[in-house]
Write a protein that binds this ligand. Structure first.
Ligand code: GUN
Ligand code: ZN
Length: 345
């Protein structure tokens, strides 16, 4: 057991609702065999655990960060320019994701990805893998041996992408189901599965139907996808699904909007879509560094919050330009990205 003494970000309850600037300047964390046992002011903790050695920590003692939306298969293309969303997917992203049917390649990127998360204090993430089941096994196998909470899934696509990345709906269903059975709830619930239809433009109705069936059968899984990131994408969805009232309406018609669903980006929305997100209990993953990198537009987070939508932050690497959730938060706040050194005065 030891006492880590330093500036402490209070840990109690959910971060939402706690004063985000609350800091105990002379704080302390009591750690026993890697687990947080207690926290408070340094004098309280020293009085309570008089035999524990004291280690001074120069940084901020804070809970691990959560990344609500990130593509591990895009680790090596982070920040690679390729135009707007649809051009970037075609020219940069899909060729990279096609490499993930090679287990050795997938394993080495999974290792880099987990190293990158740990280096910036991210201890929990909801992750897109690639279109090959090999890519999912590689990530979960890597995370299994680390102290990371990972929710991840196989990217399901059955149209509008290179043929090497397409999987017919029934096969994507079978592959996803086998992965759910292998990984959902593994390591005492530290590893969980996310049903992952990439987005409406790469999905036929049959694929969205397959995703919905999986979610009905495994309702404790997360459901993750993309929503209304660029205006070109929204226009394309209108052409592909002419009967839907709007983009979110496509997912809604298949039963994919509800608690446990995460919609990344959600920039170009009608009032109906915002209202539906709020009442459904779904989450929006706000990805400000990616939105800037791809020139997708600015997400009106205030509008979402005012309507009652739950908004979380995502790095969205590789369109996102950093794994560091403090930098993502800084971008969301519109402040310069470089973090200032800690004021030691
Ligand atoms: N929309 C569909 N796929 C992707 C992706 O890989 N990255 C981003 N930023 N948006 C997407
Ligand atoms: Zn994404």
């Amino acid at each position: 057991m030891l006492i880590k003494r330093g500036r402490l970000r209070p840990f109690s309850g959910a971060i939402t609702g706690v004063d985000p600037f609350a800091i105990i300047r002379n704080g302390a964390l009591v750690v026993d065999d890697g687990e947080v046992l207690d926290y408070g002011t340094a004098s309280e903790m020293i009085a309570e655990y008089p035999d524990a050695p004291i280690v001074d920590s120069p940084g901020l003692l804070t809970p691990g960060h959560y990344d609500a939306h990130v593509h591990y298969s895009q680790t090596r293309i982070m920040g690679t320019f390729g135009g707007g969303l649809l051009e970037w997917l075609e020219s940069v992203t899909f060729p990279e994701e096609a490499r993930f049917d090679d287990p050795a390649y997938a394993r080495s990127v999974a290792r880099e990805f987990c190293d990158a998360l740990e280096a910036v204090g991210t201890t929990s993430a909801t992750v897109f893998c690639a279109s090959s089941p090999v890519s999912v096994d590689a990530l979960f196998e890597e995370a299994r041996h680390r102290s990371l909470r990972i929710c991840a899934g196989l990217v399901m696509m059955d149209r509008n992408a290179p043929s090497a990345l397409l999987t017919p709906a029934m096969e994507a269903y079978d592959q996803s189901r086998a992965l759910i059975e292998r990984w959902h709830g593994a390591e005492n619930g530290r590893l969980t599965y996310a049903i992952t239809p990439r987005f409406a433009p790469t999905s036929t109705p049959a694929l969205l139907e397959a995703a919905a069936t999986l979610w009905e059968e495994f309702p404790t899984c997360t459901l993750q996808t993309h929503l209304a990131e660029s205006t070109d994408e929204v226009e394309w969805v209108r052409r592909l699904f002419p009967d839907a009232p709007d983009y979110l309406g496509v997912y809604e018609s298949f039963g994919l909007v509800g608690p446990g669903a995460i919609f990344a980006h959600a920039i170009h929305l009608s009032d109906r879509e915002v209202g539906l997100l709020a009442e459904s209990g779904a989450v929006v993953a706000h990805c400000p560094t990616a939105n800037r990198f791809l020139g997708s537009g600015r997400c009106n987070v205030t509008r979402l919050l005012k309507a009652g939508v739950t908004v979380q932050l995502g790095s969205d690497v590789g369109a996102g330009t950093t794994f560091d959730m403090l930098e993502v938060a800084a971008e969301a706040e519109g402040v310069p990205q470089r973090r200032r050194p800690v004021d030691e005065s």
